[in-house]
Design a protein around this ligand. Structure first.
Ligand code: MN
Length: 288
């Protein structure tokens, strides 16, 4: 990628900050709130593509002047790293439907930890698990490229994937996939668990970072946990990062039945989405 191809710098908010589903009422609340707080982009969970009304969503994005990113996760029955070829196939099919949905709402960035499924694995990944994931990802990348969509693979902690847990491991996976529209998606919440600090992984991945999640160590208010955000944003400046920077936070008061449980969101970290989102964008913009 040349400098002129850089992605635009956009501040995003994950839809789960405001709404646990994407019904017309919830979607309107999320989009209007994101706009009011000053966000450029809203990240919409497209784990169940049939539940997202593309026309309604497109209208809302236009009304509130927002871009959309699509967040995607797989389960055990759609795990593209499975040794069972029929499960891999089911995962690819679901991913194609989600990519189609993102294209239909006009989004460009597809993100999330979809190289494997979102679950606590009991064993390390085998060579076969990895080969199946890489093979599927190559085909998904070509499918997305035809629609002008980038795949940003989120690097998550050991309790949510056994395939890779650090930026450096992610780079090796990207090398195998070897597609120009596939990037790494780094998340401060996961980095805080797995990386050697908040700088090294960013510098190593550099221009292969295509998407960023800003999350606190307990997934609540930024600046109230253990993540060293000053070092992380400093590293983004060093690599001159440009692309989405999306605030991600979860509390037991806003629940998506599938995602909230998969992420072990058991406690109440906040009640007031507006206050949370307004403080988060100020926090991010003060540092980048
Ligand atoms: Mn994340």
């Amino acid at each position: 990628m040349s400098i002129s191809d850089k992605k635009p710098l956009e501040f995003g908010g994950h839809s789960l900050v405001w709404a646990g589903d994407w019904s017309p009422k919830s979607a309107r609340f999320a989009a209007s709130s994101a706009h009011k707080a000053g966000y450029d982009l809203i990240e919409i969970l497209i784990a169940e593509p049939e539940k997202i009304d593309a026309a309604m969503t497109k209208d809302l994005l236009a009304e509130f002047n927002l871009k959309a990113a699509g967040c995607f996760v797989l389960t055990a029955s759609t795990d593209i790293s499975s040794a069972d070829k029929s499960i891999v196939k089911a995962g690819e099919e679901l991913a194609r439907q989600a990519i189609d949905k993102l294209a239909a709402i006009g989004g460009v960035e597809f993100d999330g930890p979809f190289a494997s499924s979102l679950q606590p694995y009991e064993q390390p990944a085998t060579k076969e698990n990895r080969a199946n994931s890489v093979g599927a990802m190559k085909r998904m990348a070509d499918y997305a490229a035809d629609k002008g969509i980038n795949l940003n693979i989120e690097i998550v902690n050991r309790y949510e994937s056994n395939l890779m847990n650090t930026a450096k491991e992610g780079l090796l996976y990207l090398e195998e996939v070897d597609k120009p529209n596939v990037y790494l998606h780094l998340d401060t919440y996961h980095m805080n668990i797995e990386e050697d600090g908040m700088v090294e992984g960013v510098l190593a991945a550099a221009d292969r970072i295509g998407y960023v999640h800003i999350g606190e160590s307990h997934r609540g208010y930024l600046g109230t946990g253990n993540v060293d955000f000053d070092s992380f944003f400093g590293a983004l400046k060093t690599i001159n990062y440009s692309g989405p920077i999306t605030f991600e936070s979860f509390s037991s008061v806003v629940v998506d039945p599938a995602l909230s449980n998969a992420l072990r969101i058991w406690r109440n970290l906040w009640d007031d989405s507006h206050d949370l989102a307004e403080k988060a964008i100020k926090f991010m913009k003060a540092r980048y």
